[in-house]
Design a binder for this molecule. Structure first.
Ligand SMILES: Nc1ncnc2c1ncn2[C@@H]1O[C@H](COP(=O)(O)OP(=O)(O)O)[C@@H](O)[C@H]1O
Ligand SMILES: [Mg+2]
Length: 155
């Protein structure tokens, strides 16, 4: 894992300021929860860290490296959205395997990683099902597995 640091980060949408001069350090390996009223800026902050909704001003650092201008694909981090975007036509196994194939992980290693992460998330028995045959919570766990299996620096 990695340390995340936000320095004087602000985010505006037009005339609306959602975040203003936010300073926050999240230590390596720390499990952090953001709590706040609906619309206060939690998702905006996560999107900023992931790089999909960049800050208006300020810096985002990963392990002391300024990643403010890096595109999402180069940040080595993973995010799971509230409306888990899993592929409906693929099996659970196919969904988890997808990113590993993109990363050119060999088949044997993919199989091992899928088994390891499925065990942790308690979805081993659903690997051959389609997402439509799962409950909401089970689908959420598939989305988590898909992000975690790639072992990103930040999750
Ligand atoms: N693309 C956008 N354009 C304008 N306003 C936005 C946009 N995205 C979010 N907002 C506003 O920013 C505020 C924070 O939203 P958000 O971070 O999604 O809140 P939450 O804490 O519930 O996750 C809200 O007032 C929302 O309406
Ligand atoms: Mg939100």
């Amino acid at each position: 894992m990695a340390k995340i640091e936000l320095r004087n980060v602000s985010k505006r949408f037009g005339n609306t300021t959602v975040l203003e001069n936010l300073n926050l350090t999240i230590a390596d390996g720390q499990f952090t929860v953001l709590i706040g009223a609906s619309g206060c800026g939690k998702t905006t902050l996560l999107r900023m860290i992931a790089g999909i909704g960049p800050q208006t001003s300020g810096q985002v650092l990963l392990d002391d490296r300024d990643i403010s201008d890096l595109p999402p694909g180069k940040r080595d981090l993973a995010m799971v959205f509230q409306n888990y975007a899993i592929y409906p036509t693929m099996s659970v196994r196919g969904n988890i395997e997808y990113g590993l194939k993109n990363k050119k992980v060999p088949a044997e290693e993919r199989k091992r990683l899928i088994e390891e992460i499925s065990e942790i998330l308690g979805i081993t028995e659903y690997l051959d099902r389609r997402p439509s045959q799962l409950s909401g919570g089970q689908r959420q766990r598939v989305a988590l597995a898909r992000a975690m299996v790639k072992k990103p620096k930040v999750f």
